[in-house]
Design a protein around this ligand. Structure first.
Ligand SMILES: [Zn+2]
Length: 471
């Protein structure tokens, strides 16, 4: 009995001691925090220090640079003397927009050098004949344009091209004008070639402060008459989705480059290469793109230089030179996070240059970092280029076909279409003939805003323009 009592007491003491020891050794949360229901303080966000770009050890190769032929052939250094009319009657036909095409003539390619005379309309045709008085070579005023040697009327050809530029498909255009679709296609191909030369002639040494780059998903199909079956085309489509790449100046709305291809580094480089060709050599604008990472390498290829880094230690070999972005290069990305086809977050990332410098460029226009202008252009593209509009069955949907239509769109957008946000105030209000209020504004195209031309071009004017061989 005694032993039992003693045993119980011993056990009680041991338990009490254990409890005390536990309390002391194991400090409970409830003892430390008097208010256990209060939420824990938010953890301070880890600020990742912006990683400085370390540079590349090799210069990224660019296909377009390697295979480049000079896009702007230089004129011979010594121009021939200008020819002034000294005798005979006054000439009424303006030949100042023309040049002699004869490769053996010293006056070849010199526009408005006074060596040309109008020679009337041979056999009553619509076009005038011109004569170079130096080499006695006769040629038509349409030589080198789409309209040269065409039997169809000029009005018809111009309207067909205008319809294509406004976004009607090739078959639709063919039905409207009762022409064979293949004829329309042929005219488009020829017009595209001419317009490419036209764009190249006018778009050079452009100075811009910003460039926005974007890719637009385009559903192209390789379906041509009987060539590939629809099933085969769909299979191909799945393998190689196509993208329309656009580079534009958001201030003047000038389209600097437009191309079609896959979403790859090679293609990004090709587009940046085209932009670099159009811009003045010393012009390094602020580039704004989406989060596609290959732009970084592409921009670096054309806007980079070798930098010899300083030695960090006294001994050992000096560090290898690094390919770094040019000091003036600014580049920011607009990164969009899409979940279940819904935009959930937009964030900005400054890749080259400082945020202050980027904001300073944008502040001149009162803008934030954005790619809104080039995205807005995507809508125009869908409306004006039938081949990339959705669910459109049109001829000429292959890659080359789209490229032709894009050349047409580029020139039409830059030179012919006045843009609502660019209109310029008239020095004096122009009274209208009717009872309407006076005109205060004059329309302006992107090319006018960029200072490349002084008037709104009509498509007819563009198609009749003989592009000289050098600027
Ligand atoms: Zn000549």
């Amino acid at each position: 009995m005694v032993s039992h009592l003693f045993f119980y007491q011993l056990t009680l003491i041991a338990l009490v001691w254990l409890c005390v020891m536990l309390q002391w050794v194991w400090p409970s949360d409830s003892a430390a925090c008097p208010t256990p229901l209060a939420p824990p303080p938010p953890r301070p966000k880890r600020h990742r220090a912006p990683k400085l770009f370390a540079g590349l050890t090799t210069k990224p190769p660019c296909d377009a640079c390697e295979h480049a032929t000079d896009p702007h052939p230089q004129a011979p250094s010594a121009p021939p003397p200008r020819i002034a009319l000294t005798r005979g009657r006054r000439r009424h036909v303006d030949t100042s927009m023309h040049f002699c095409p004869n490769p053996d003539c010293t006056y070849r390619g010199w526009v408005g050098w006074g060596n040309l005379r109008a020679n009337g309309h041979p056999s009553g045709g619509p076009w005038r004949q011109l004569l170079c008085v130096v080499c006695r070579c006769y040629f038509l005023e349409t030589l080198g344009t789409l309209l040269h040697g065409k039997r169809a009327s000029v009005d018809l050809i111009v309207r067909v091209i205008a319809c294509l530029a406004e976004g009607l498909g090739i078959r639709g255009t063919a039905r409207v004008f009762e022409v064979d679709p293949n004829t329309v296609l042929q005219w488009l191909v020829e017009a595209a070639e001419q317009l490419r030369a036209f764009s190249q002639y006018f778009l050079h040494d452009v100075r811009v402060r910003q460039v926005q780059l974007d890719e637009l998903f385009a559903l192209l199909s390789a379906v041509k008459e009987g060539e590939v079956s629809a099933a085969e085309a769909i299979e191909r489509l799945e393998r190689s989705p196509q993208w329309v790449w656009v580079a534009m100046d958001p201030e003047s709305k000038l389209l600097l480059a437009i191309d079609v291809g896959n979403r790859t580094l090679a293609m990004a480089q090709r587009v940046v290469h085209q932009v670099a060709q159009v811009l003045a050599p010393d012009c390094a604008p602020l580039f704004l793109t989406d989060g596609f990472r290959e732009y970084l390498t592409a921009l670096l290829t054309h806007y980079g230089h070798w930098v010899q880094l300083p030695r960090r230690q006294d001994k050992g070999p000096s560090p290898k030179p690094r390919w770094m972005p040019l000091p003036g290069l600014l580049y920011a990305q607009v990164v969009k996070t899409v979940r279940r086809r819904r935009l959930v977050r937009v964030s900005h990332r400054v890749v080259f240059g400082s945020l202050e410098a980027v904001q300073q460029v944008l502040a001149a226009c009162g803008w934030q970092i954005n790619t809104a202008f080039v995205e807005r252009l995507n809508l125009d593209l869908r409306q004006h280029v039938a081949a990339i509009g959705r669910r459109v069955a049109t001829l000429c949907k292959g890659e080359d076909g789209v490229r032709h239509q894009l050349s047409l769109f580029q020139t039409y957008h830059n030179f012919c279409l006045p843009h609502a946000s660019l209109h310029q105030p008239l020095p004096q209000p122009l009274p209208t003939k009717g009872t309407g209020s006076a005109k205060h504004w004059r329309p302006s195209t992107p090319a006018m805003a960029a200072g490349l031309t002084d008037h709104v071009w009509s498509l007819r004017e563009v198609l009749l323009y003989r592009v000289p061989p050098w600027p």
